[in-house]
Design a protein around this ligand. Structure first.
Ligand SMILES: [Zn+2]
Ligand SMILES: [Zn+2]
Length: 132
């Protein structure tokens, strides 16, 4: 899983590219700021704020954005979920399911807004070191 350069959006931070932390995937290894602070850089450059263009949103763009929000986490902040809902509404359900499954989410978890049962790979990422 390779991230394109996602700059940190916090003022006075010079971090040019998010580096997933070794202990906490959602903390930048370079600047120690959170994932969402970086993800916002990407979001603001997308068509999200231009509803007239929403029909040209491609599923790979949606995947990109969803991965920013869902990757390595087990809960979606409400504000981000509203954006995601809007994006998902232009995709076919199979495409939405494909994206969610690719990121370790089920549709039911997504609708709920968090993952109830951590399974598969996620367990290793988040709890592995503690359990070992
Ligand atoms: Zn930063
Ligand atoms: Zn950073």
């Amino acid at each position: 899983f390779i991230f394109q350069a996602i700059r940190c959006t916090l003022v006075n931070c010079t971090c040019e590219c998010f580096q997933p932390g070794k202990i906490n995937l959602r903390t930048c290894d370079q600047c120690k700021h959170g994932w969402v602070a970086h993800a916002l850089d990407k979001l603001s450059t997308q068509h999200l704020y231009h509803p007239t263009q929403v029909e040209i949103v491609q599923s790979n763009v949606v995947f990109d954005i969803s991965s920013l929000m869902l990757y390595g986490t087990q809960a979606v902040p409400v504000r981000l979920k509203i954006l995601l809902d809007r994006l998902f509404s232009v995709l076919k359900q199979e495409e939405v399911l494909h994206i969610l499954h690719g990121l370790g989410w089920t549709l039911r978890d997504y609708v709920r807004g968090y993952i109830l049962q951590v399974g598969g790979g996620l367990e290793c990422w988040c709890l592995g070191p503690a359990l070992g």
